[in-house]
Structure formats: C-alpha cells, structure tokens
Design a protein around this ligand. Structure first.
Ligand SMILES: NC(=O)c1ccc[n+]([C@@H]2O[C@H](COP(=O)([O-])OP(=O)(O)OC[C@H]3O[C@@H](n4cnc5c(N)ncnc54)[C@H](O)[C@@H]3O)[C@@H](O)[C@H]2O)c1
Length: 389
C-alpha cells in the first residue's frame, strides 16, 4: 500500500511510519513540527533528544537499505499544501495523527483553546475535503480518543448504539461528552467525518484510542535486544503532554511522588504503543465499506489511576526504588470515582495480540528513563495548573 502518515514526527506517528515501512509499504510522512513548538512554550521538551523527521527518515532509509520512506514538511491546515501532496503521492490510506493532542494544554489559555480548535478541526476538514475531491476511495484512519465518550453511567459501545424512544427504535452515534476543549474538538472531528461519510460516501475508520504507554516498538530494535536510541520517538512526561503512565515512570525514577489527581478512581482503557501500531495496521488492512463510518475502541485493558500508580510502585520496588504515591488536588474537572465499562472487542476480533501492562513492561521503561535521569526537569512534572481558574 501507499500510506500517508499525518503527524509523522509525533509520539505515535514516527513508530507508525517505521512499522509500515518495515512491512514494505511505501510511506510518506507529513509534519509541521508544531508539537515541538507547543511543548517548548510550556518548557516540556521530550526526555530524549529527538532528530527531525527529515533526519530520522534519512537514517531509517540508510540502516534499512531502502528508499521507500519519504517526508513532506508542511501544515495540513493549509489546503493547497495537503491537497497537492495527496494528488502527487496518491495514497491508498491516510493515517491522521496531526492534531494538538493535549487536554490540559487546550485548557491553559484562550490562545491555546483557539489554536486547538483551529488546528484540529480545520486539519480534519481539509483531509476529508481533499479525499472527497481527489479520490473518495482513499481510506482515512483518524485517531479519535476514548475520552470523547466521557465517563457515562452506562456501558460504552464501539461508536453506534440502538435506542428506543417513545416506542420507536433508531441507531445513532452514542452520546459523547468531552471533558476539555481538546476532547470537544475530537467529538467534532467525528461528527465532521460522519457527515462526509454519509454525504459523499467516504471510507473512514475513527479509532477511539485510550491513553498510550511505552517507549520501544519492534522497529526500534532492528532485530537486536537493545533499541537503537536514534530511532526513539518523542517521550513526554510533563503535566501537559505526558500520558499518565509515562509520567508516573519518570516521577518514580526521579524520586518524585506519583501525582495521583484527587481520589484516583478515574478509570480509562489503556494500551501499549506496540498495540497502537498493530491496531492501525489491522484497520488499514480491512478498510470499511464506503458510506459507513467505522468506529473501533482502541484499548486493551482498563485501570483506575490508583491501580496504575500501584503497579508503578511495585515495579519500582523490584528495581530497588522507593516509590511514593501522593494524592494531589485535581487540576481537572472530572469524576474521580465512576462507572466505566467500554466494549473493545472489534480490534481483538481482527487479530490484535495485546501487550499487557506487566511489571516487566514498566521495568523496561524505567531502565530506559534511568539512562536519561539527569535530563528530567523536575519543575515541569507538576505545577497543578488548574483548568477551572
Ligand atoms: N498519545 C496518546 O496517548 C493518545 C491517546 C488517544 C488519542 N491520541 C490521538 O492520537 C494522535 C497522535 O497523538 P500523539 O500522542 O502522537 O501526538 P503528538 O503531538 O506527539 O503527534 C502529533 C504530530 O502531529 C503534528 N501536527 C499537529 N498539527 C499539525 C498540522 N496542522 N500539520 C502538520 N502536522 C501537525 C505535530 O507536530 C506532531 O508531531 C492525536 O490526534 C491524539 O489526539 C493520542
């Protein structure tokens, strides 16, 4: 296949680019480095130095002795840029990661909220419009978030559900309720894509992904037991851009108590970064029929934040660390104890082989972070930037 990866410099985009290239697909990665700028503004550069997308791709092509991976640097909110790339490259599949991905960052200021809305909604709109104009047969794989559902007091289906109201039945998108500006843009992305699918028969898979954890994917190992750090992906650990388990691992390594927000009963579905790339591949290999939005919940296991903290503490103890847990005032406005029961069987039925969160997985992450301990900026780990002020 010809695969266009939007957001190829990012945490998930880079491992995805390598994954498809390693399978022999022709891959073109796009990025405008905006995440690097957003992160620098809040002093949250990644833990490891990360080469530019151009340099990563050049290096990848040299060590894999291939030239099937290419890049284009530009902004997907610029329609002319995006549509020209799509026309020239003529992809079979577009994997759309290119968004501002942080809920705390989107809540930080008027400017951040506005940039999140403009970037995410115009980007998604441009992708859908370009595909409609150029070739509606291109399969769009869009990264949504499981956070779109909020934390309802009923089970959560994979996208659509059937309901009965005044003796009549209907099937509709399950009601969503975003807890942040970021999540609200993701909900609106889904609605936009659904509209394009219904109206112009596009082929779209929208993946409601839970928080991702982990550092190493198969392609960084190049067949060895130790990863090649030059191929590492951006790993954030700060309050704005670090996902919770990645943050806890860094806190454990630098003797900072794990910052559990409030009571810690917040429950979410998680997955390993190795499973993200597997899921994208399974979606790419099985495009949906045109005119039907396919939604799959992308997660492999469900934990409360307290359970995650306890697992990090146990793994830390095995490595001789004294990991403390601290319940800090919750900067977010969210339920701290709630019912949570999402379905997530579609990707498993397509063949997903989960990499579950074992102590070994956490210890492997800790050992890598330990090598970069001196670069950890403690003052960015937690400043309790409240969403409500
Ligand atoms: N990481 C997670 O745990 C997680 C969980 C659920 C959903 N997601 C979703 O997955 C996607 C990727 O997440 P990530 O963690 O890799 O984020 P990331 O910020 O590391 O990667 C996104 C990349 O897209 C680029 N980008 C953003 N806007 C762009 C634009 N207008 N033009 C070109 N490039 C642009 C950024 O520079 C960045 O490199 C996001 O849509 C996010 O909402 C991520």
């Amino acid at each position: 296949m010809k695969i266009l990866v939007l957001g190829a410099d990012g945490y998930l985009g880079w491992p995805t680019t390598m994954y498809f290239a390693a399978k022999g697909h022709e891959v073109l990665g796009i990025d405008n480095y905006i995440k690097r700028q957003f992160a620098a503004e809040v002093n949250e550069e990644p833990l490891f130095p990360i080469k530019t997308l151009q340099d990563k791709i050049k290096y990848w092509n040299i060590i894999t002795k291939s030239n099937i991976t290419k890049y284009a640097i530009g902004d997907i909110t610029n329609y002319e840029f995006l549509s020209t790339v799509i026309k020239d490259f003529s992809p079979d599949c577009i994997i759309h990661y290119a968004e501002q991905p942080s809920s705390p960052w989107s809540m930080f200021s008027y400017e951040n909220a506005k940039r999140t809305i403009e970037n995410n909604l115009i980007g998604t709109f441009n992708v859908a419009w370009a595909v409609k104009e150029i070739n509606p047969d291109i399969h769009i794989i869009k990264l949504g978030t499981s956070g779109e559902y909020g934390s309802p007091n009923t089970d959560i289906p994979e996208g659509f559900f059937e309901y009965e109201y005044r003796n009549r039945k209907e099937t509709r998108l399950y009601p969503r309720e975003g807890p942040s500006i970021y999540h609200t843009t993701k909900i609106q992305d889904t609605d936009l894509l659904h509209f394009f699918v219904r109206t112009w028969g596009l082929k779209v898979t929208d993946l409601m992904q839970g928080p991702v954890l982990g550092i190493v994917t198969e392609e960084m190992l190049l067949g060895n037991s130790v990863p090649d750090h030059t191929l590492f992906t951006s790993f954030h650990y700060g309050e704005h851009f670090g996902t919770v388990l990645n943050r806890f691992v860094v806190q454990a390594i630098c003797d900072y108590p794990l910052t559990v927000y409030g009571k810690g009963g917040q429950t979410r579905g998680y997955l390993n970064i190795k499973d993200t790339v597997q899921c994208i591949n399974l979606a790419a290999e099985t495009p949906p029929e045109s005119g039907k939005l396919r939604i799959m919940n992308q997660m492999t296991e469900v934990f409360t934040v307290n359970e995650l903290a306890n697992r990090v503490q146990i793994a830390g103890t095995k490595l001789g660390l004294d990991v403390k847990i601290s319940n800090v005032p919750n900067p977010r406005k969210e339920a701290e104890e709630h019912y949570y029961n999402p379905e997530y069987s579609k990707l498993l039925n397509l063949g997903l082989q989960p990499n579950y969160l074992t102590a070994d997985v956490i210890m492997e992450m800790m050992q890598i972070v330990q090598q970069y301990r001196k670069q950890i900026k403690q003052n960015t780990i937690f400043n309790c930037n409240s969403w409500n002020t």
